[in-house]
Every structure is written in structure tokens, then in C-alpha cells.
Design a protein. Structure first.
Ligand code: E4P
Length: 218
């Protein structure tokens, strides 16, 4: 499963790159707002440091304006993926961008029927929001599983399932178990994936025992 980092914070991205875990980045209008930076400046910086797909979301709601915004966002870099909302206009824009060989991430997906439409419209990625479904007592992971089953029934669909709105490490493990292609993860949760109390306890004991030997690895 690929890991995308769900942030527009350059420092958070730079910190995680050396681990070799980051396959791409997703941004959205809220994340750009939180960065406090200009959208073009921040996307340009991200594209310069990450070698992988970078999702840049349109903020228009009409088809025509989405296409106009997509043109402006696409010129930032070859790795820009245009992110459109799962609306009628968004899916129309998806089809049209696909015909121009521009990759599209269809976002704000909350049902299997929406995911089926996105695949038929040629989306490169569909982004089901697991956390926001869990927040309203629905089963976000069941949606990922349902989309996986549908996409696996039809080999002509090339859309990758991008599990989004990740709230905790278990979401990532479960998304991997049900076969999501990608997980987009906030930086704080990527850091949490490293931790296990038994690792810390085990390492402490090894180092205490080693100290007693008075040896050094030369
Ligand atoms: C996905 O691309 C979105 O940016 C993101 O995962 C939304 O997550 P949230 O529900 O935590 O805002």
C-alpha cells in the first residue's frame, strides 16, 4: 500500500521524506488555509521535494471554472493530480481531464455508488473519507471494502482506492487488510505508526545489558 501524506505543511513533509515512506501528497483547501501560504507557492514547493503524485484541489463548483482552475494548477508540475469534488460537475470535469491525460483524484466520496461513477469517469484515484463516516456512526472501512469488491469485479477500472480522512493507526492497518491501494495520512498519525511500548521496553533492556559488558562496537 502506498503512503501519501495529507498536509500542506512543508516542514512536516521534509521531516518524513528521509524515511522513504512518502509516495505522494494530498492537499485540500482547508490544509492550504492551515499552512498560511499561497496555494501556488506551497504546491510548487511540495512538487520540488516529493517525487510522486501531488493532489491539488479545485475550489470552483461549476464544470467550466473547474477546468479553468485545473489548467492553472496543472502547469505547476508534471506530478500534479487535479482533485475534484464528487459532484456532477466534478465528474464531468474528471472525464474531460482524463481525455486530456490529466490525472484526477475524486474527493469527498461517501458511498459505493459514487465510487462506481468515479471509476467510470476515469478517475485515477477515488478518495473515500473513512473518518468522517465513522464520525456519524457509519462504517468507513466497510465502504473501502465494498469499493474494493466492485473494482475487482471489473478489470477495466483503473481507479486506485485512496483511503482518506484517517484518524488513527488502526485505520491504516485495516485499510491495508481490505486492499486499499493508497492511504493518505496526516503527519502526526504517520509518527504514531512507529511506536510500540514493547519496542521501547525491549530496547531499554538491551542497552542496559550491553552497558554492563563495557564493550564497544568498533
Ligand atoms: C483527503 O484527501 C483529505 O484531504 C483528507 O483526508 C480529509 O481528512 P479530514 O476528514 O481529517 O479533514
Amino acid at each position: 500500500m502506498k503512503f501519501f501524506i495529507d498536509t500542506a505543511d512543508i516542514e512536516d513533509i521534509k521531516e518524513l521524506i528521509p524515511y522513504g515512506l512518502i509516495d505522494g501528497v494530498t492537499t485540500n483547501p482547508s490544509l492550504i488555509a492551515a499552512s498560511g501560504r499561497d496555494i501556488f507557492e506551497v504546491l510548487d514547493k511540495i512538487c520540488n521535494i516529493v517525487d510522486g503524485p501531488i493532489s491539488a484541489e479545485v475550489t470552483a463548483t461549476s464544470y467550466e471554472e473547474m477546468i479553468e482552475e485545473s489548467k492553472k494548477l496543472s502547469v505547476i508540475s508534471n506530478n500534479i493530480v487535479i482533485k475534484v469534488p464528487l459532484t456532477k460537475d466534478g465528474l464531468k470535469a474528471c472525464s474531460s481531464l482524463r481525455d486530456k491525460d490529466i490525472k484526477v483524484n475524486v474527493t469527498l466520496c461517501f458511498s459505493a455508488s459514487q465510487a462506481l461513477l468515479a471509476a467510470k469517469c476515469g478517475a485515477s484515484y477515488i478518495s473515500p473519507f473513512i473518518g468522517r463516516l465513522d464520525d456519524i456512526s457509519h462504517d468507513g472501512m466497510q465502504l473501502i471494502q465494498d469499493i474494493r469488491s466492485i473494482y475487482d469485479n471489473y478489470t477495466e477500472y483503473e481507479t486506485e482506492i485512496l483511503a482518506a480522512s484517517i484518524r488513527h493507526p488502526n485505520h491504516i492497518v485495516e485499510a491495508a487488510l481490505v486492499g486499499a491501494d493508497v492511504c493518505t495520512i496526516p503527519p502526526s498519525i504517520i509518527h504514531k505508526l512507529f511506536d510500540h511500548p514493547l519496542t521501547s521496553i525491549g530496547l531499554k533492556k538491551f542497552l542496559e545489558d550491553w552497558k554492563k559488558t563495557n564493550q564497544k562496537i568498533k
